[in-house]
Design a protein around this ligand. Structure first.
Ligand code: G6P
Length: 607
């Protein structure tokens, strides 16, 4: 969360900074700002709200300067207004920050006691003042920054420029990602390589605790102790082209429609088309013998883990523990040496997931990561990387990343099942065939788009919506509820259908739509009984099932969407699509900001 960018350029940099921020806006859009040096003096332009407001401000009051830093904010400390917008500055130093300075309260008190006037409510501003005090004590910029970094607790990526220093920028990283980009007589920093992709393809990722002194000629990188260290410069494969909506009204809709393609791309990288064998990078031996596997993630990626638990336990006969990263990391659980932990993350930068990974590593686990971004910190810190080939996902609500995560986890399940001798060749063949069919069936599901839009019309007045499912449909119910609440702002809850009578049934009346996800599987009859219980209480049921299931419901008062009949193994991948579309259409009809819903950010790099 929060995107940062910095440039030492050959010409004026304000426009390039804003272009970089445009590519980072997925990280936060509460406010934005840039600072440059104009005749040695720090000058800032900042604006509340989205980047367009900053662009308008810069049009009214252009900002020259060949060196500068920029920021797009997801507010943590202090409301989203102009005063709290970054860069934060004194007359000597300007700072942009991603992360949280946890000891800012005591630092603020110390700074005030030393006569500093802090104008914002942010944690970040203390960094600018702290460095300024060290400069006033006579330290040089690098020395002052290092001294200040040692005082900071918490997580940060920082970009810093100094009054009077036209050829000096400092970047620092602890907890939050920061990349350095090498140009030809120009240098860059950015929260990710995507921000820098149009400017340079040559990138160095700072390691934990690193800080870099950057001039036009290059970067000198120091570790936390201040020793000069070498970090590899890599060529990034990311394209500099700005990703467009391809004629769709929103990125989210485009990404929903890309699913047949990207699920197919992902499958092709894990399934041999001729032999139909699953081909994964070498799996750790521990997966064959492990008594248990641990799956950890956040948000939608966590629901992908939940589905995988059902698959791995059922098909691979491997007991699985699944947990939310922010809970897991603090539970201080003992983990068996030689065990396997799998983390799932679209961005590969989610702070809690990364911390969970590091905890598991410290416990001697082999780490497998399912990530969409192969250059991310999580990918770099994992032993085995299984990439989802979803391509860049821009909509804050995850769609294609989720279904490609499920696709990878399905392949992993089959590979582990085979390695553990838990799957007959015939069953493996059947399940692989079902997987290969998924892209075509996903395209069939998209044909229901118009019908789902009509259905959405009847939901826009709802204040509560329930999603029910059993087995692998239970995490899809949770995902459906998450999608609806995050983009339409309607309260929604996902529930295990069998658990409904232990609470949520009390909510049911004719105003509460109940979305039931029930492909024809061995639990279908049980869910069908739960539908009867809802209807008996006047609830409005929307049923996502197949023709067989709809027939099985008999003459019941429910709106039914007939999805393709598929092997229950792949149903969670396909049934994700109608819940995405339903949430999308409700949000569009309600007029919310679908791609950038309020209060959310796509990459969550703070705890
Ligand atoms: C945020 C995003 C979600 C995502 C979650 C985990 O909440 O809005 O779409 O599922 O973070 O992100 P990750 O990048 O780790 O998958």
């Amino acid at each position: 969360m929060c995107g940062i960018v910095g440039i030492i350029g050959k010409g004026d940099v304000a426009d390039l900074l804003v272009a970089g921020l445009r590519r980072l806006e997925y990280r936060g859009y509460d406010s934005a700002g840039v600072a440059t040096l104009v005749n040695g003096r720090i000058e800032r332009r900042r604006a509340e709200g989205k980047l367009v407001n900053l662009e308008a401000r810069l049009k009214e009051q252009p900002l020259p300067g060949r060196i500068g830093i920029g920021h797009t904010r997801w507010a943590t400390h202090g409301i989203p207004n102009e005063t709290n917008a970054h860069p934060h500055a004194t007359d000597r130093v300007a700072v942009v920050h991603n992360g949280i300075i946890e000891n800012f309260v005591e630092l603020r008190a110390e700074l005030k006691a030393r006569g500093c006037t802090l104008e914002s409510e942010t944690d970040t501003e203390v960094v600018a003042h702290l460095i300024t005090l060290y400069l006033k004590d006579g330290m040089k910029p690098a020395e002052a920054t290092h001294a200040a970094l040692k005082r900071l607790q918490g997580a940060f990526a920082l970009g810093i420029v100094f009054a009077g220093e036209h050829d000096l920028m400092i970047g620092a990283r602890r907890g939050s990602p920061l990349a350095i980009g090498y140009g030809d007589g120009e240098m860059f920093i950015g929260s990710d390589a995507l921000a820098l992709a149009p400017l340079t393809q040559r990138i160095t990722y700072l390691d934990e605790g690193d800080w870099a002194v950057i001039t036009q000629q290059g970067a000198t990188i120091h570790d936390a102790e201040g020793h000069v260290v070498k970090r590899e410069i890599r060529a990034t494969a990311l394209s500099g082209a700005l990703i467009g909506k391809g004629g769709y009204r929103h990125f989210m809709l485009k990404e929903i429609y890309e699913q047949p393609q990207v699920i197919g791309d992902t499958l092709r990288s894990y399934v041999n088309p001729t032999s139909r064998d699953i081909t994964l990078p070498s799996l750790p031996e521990a997966l064959v013998t492990a008594p248990r596997m641990t799956l950890v993630a956040c948000g939608t990626a966590f629901y992908a883990c939940m589905v995988a638990k059902y698959w791995l336990e059922r098909i691979a006969r491997l007991p699985v523990e699944v947990d939310i990263a922010s809970e897991f990391r603090y539970r201080a659980a003992d983990m068996p040496k030689g065990g396997v932990t799998l983390v799932v993350s679209q961005s590969g930068e989610t702070a809690d997931t990364l911390a969970a990974l590091r905890y598991a590593r410290a416990q001697g686990q082999h780490i497998i990561a399912v990530v969409n971004s192969p250059e991310s910190t999580i990918a770099r810190e994992s032993d085995t990387v299984l990439q989802t080939l979803a391509g860049p996902e821009i909509g804050v609500a995850s769609t294609k990343a989720f279904t490609t995560q499920l696709t990878v986890l399905a392949c992993l399940t089959l590979a582990v099942a085979r390695a553990r001798g838990a799957l007959s060749a015939a069953d493996e063949g059947r399940l692989v065939s079902a997987l290969i069919e998924v892209p075509a069936r996903a395209a069939d599901v998209l044909n229901h788009d118009g019908r789902l839009r009509d259905l959405a019309q009847g939901m826009i007045e709802a204040t509560d919506v329930l999603y029910l499912g059993r087995g692998t449909s239970y995490p899809i119910a949770l995902e459906g509820a998450l999608k609806l609440k995050e983009i339409s702002y309607i309260h929604a809850e996902g529930y295990a259908a069998g658990e409904m009578k232990h609470g949520p049934i009390a909510l049911i009346d004719e105003t509460v739509p109940v979305i039931v996800i029930a492909p024809s599987d061995e639990l279908f009859e049980k869910t069908a009984s739960n539908i009867q219980e809802v209807v008996a209480r006047g609830g409005r049921v929307v049923f996502f099932g197949d023709a067989k299931g709809i027939g099985g419901l008999g003459d019941i008062d429910a709106t039914c969407i007939a999805l393709p009949e598929v092997d229950p193994f792949v149903a969670p991948i396909l049934y994700s699509i109608p819940v995405q579309l339903l949430a999308y259409h409700v949000a569009v009809l309600k007029g919310t900001d679908v791609d950038q819903p309020r209060n959310l950010a796509k990459s969550v790099t703070v705890e």
